[in-house]
Design a protein around this ligand. Structure first.
Ligand code: GLU
Length: 444
């Protein structure tokens, strides 16, 4: 049996009930086959893949807090410090009822390669909790965040592990966590990113994931003799990533016509009203059901359905496994030419295979959504030098990072004979840097 197959088998056997983690590991290891096979015995002897699929450290803890009725609630907190070969652990905190160890491990594993692809010195980690901020009062959210950090503060720090936002963790949550970290340690340091602008946050961090997604998609199109101009774009999600992907899509001359949340989706044939979307989601923290009151011509549908709309480009920006084989078939039948992932692993493996087999240009999340964490690393730099850069400066750096990233994954794909297979290119390019750093540092 090949070393890749041995490791996949061990991961599945040793980590039962973690299907998302298995999925992420299989996707990465399968595309590393040519790299591993070229040096099979050395990889096996040094247990390179075994080390890379085992987190350096996993922290699981109780998070007790008191709700507005005086009832004590208990959630589980997680931080998986996956790989620090190229820098301090870096990755978001997901607050969502679906969170469990397997989901945090899949996200942390992806983060290793994503962070490597940014070209910046950040290792991979991820954390979060099964706490649901939806429907909670500000006081309840603060109580949870303070309790969460009261345990986690021991394991994080500006030079060790720097958490950030993810689904359910935005500026409000990061603020409460930062305040509690400072209170417990007395340190005013860049321990979290995605901070508010008044206390060390970076301009353009909020926009970065969505903008970055469009910068890399645009670069890929340009390299294939096309542009974003005049394209119809279908987007899922209505959070930070989707909102700023829609904003940048407009700026590049495209027309985004859909968005979605956990209860339904909107099709606006005239193009999504960005101001309405921001007001509904960022100000009112409400449901997309409200969208029709701003735009009577738009359609609102319960459930899921964004991928059935005719378009040129699809940008899944909601969550993992939101685009399945049936959706992929609908996209191909409707003439979609590009799928670029704003979320982490939003496309199932079968759907990815189908899209690639049908000639769709497919940009995987670990490349396409890396603009968020890249800009987090720029926030860390600004915190370290105790300076703040202008929006234009950060945005220009972000664009440069995404353009470079595209060329790196394109080069890696071509080197191994996988032209236009950006899944292979991203996995190989991300992996090579991490393994090089791990080898240089001995058996760690
Ligand atoms: N949660 C984001 C991601 O999936 C951002 C992480 C960060 O900024 O550290 O990459």
């Amino acid at each position: 049996m090949s070393y890749v197959d041995e490791v996949i088998e061990r991961v599945v056997e040793k980590n039962p009930s973690q299907p998302e983690f298995h999925q992420a590991v299989k996707e990465v290891l399968n595309s590393l086959r040519p790299v591993v096979e070229a040096n099979e015995e050395k990889f096996r002897k040094d247990a390179v893949l075994d080390r890379i699929v085992n987190p350096e450290r996993q922290i699981i803890f109780r998070v007790p807090w008191v709700d507005d009725k005086g009832q004590v609630q208990v959630n589980t907190g997680y931080r998986v410090q996956f790989n620090s070969a190229i820098g301090p652990y870096k990755g978001g905190l997901r607050l969502h009822p679906s969170v469990n160890l397997g989901i945090i491990k899949f996200l942390g594993f992806e983060q290793i390669f994503k962070n490597s692809l940014t070209g910046l010195p950040i290792g991979g980690g991820k954390g979060g909790s099964d706490f649901d901020p939806k429907g909670k009062s500000d006081r309840e959210v603060m109580a949870f965040c303070q309790s969460f950090i009261t345990e986690l503060y021991r394991y994080i720090g500006a030079d060790t592990d720097v958490p950030a936002g993810d689904i359910g963790t935005g500026a409000r949550e990061i603020g409460y966590m930062y305040g509690q970290y400072k209170r417990l340690t007395g340190l005013y340091e860049g321990v979290l990113t995605g901070k508010g602008l008044s206390y060390g946050g970076s301009l353009a961090r909020k926009e970065a994931t969505g903008y970055g997604l469009l910068y890399i998609t645009d670069e890929m199109l340009k390299c294939h003799g096309d542009t974003m101009e005049g394209k119809t774009v279908i987007v899922s999600g209505a959070g930070n990533v989707a909102t700023y992907a829609i904003e940048k899509a407009y700026q590049l001359g495209a027309k985004p016509v859909t968005c979605s949340d956990s209860t339904g989706w909107v099709y606006d044939p005239d193009g999504i009203d960005l101001d309405a979307l921001k007001e509904i989601k960022e100000v009112k923290r409400a449901r997309l059901t409200e969208y029709k009151s701003y735009r009577p011509n738009a359609e609102y549908h319960e459930g899921r359905g964004v991928w059935s709309v005719k378009a040129d480009i699809a940008l899944p920006c909601a969550t993992q496994n939101e685009l399945n084989l049936e959706d992929a078939k609908a996209l191909v039948a409707n003439g979609v030419k590009v799928v670029a992932e704003g979320a982490n692993m939003p496309t199932t493996q079968e759907a990815t295979d189908y899209l690639q087999a049908n000639g769709i240009l497919f940009l995987p999340g670990k490349a396409a959504n890396a603009g968020g964490v890249a800009t987090s690393a720029l926030e860390m730099s600004q915190n370290s030098e105790r300076l703040s850069w202008s929006f234009e400066e950060v945005d220009a750096k972000l664009k440069g990072i995404m353009v470079n990233l595209y060329h790196n994954i394109d080069k890696a794909a071509k080197k191994y004979g996988f032209e236009d297979n950006f899944v292979a290119g991203a996995n190989i390019a991300g992996f090579e840097k991490v393994v090089d750093a791990m080898n240089a540092q001995g058996i760690v």
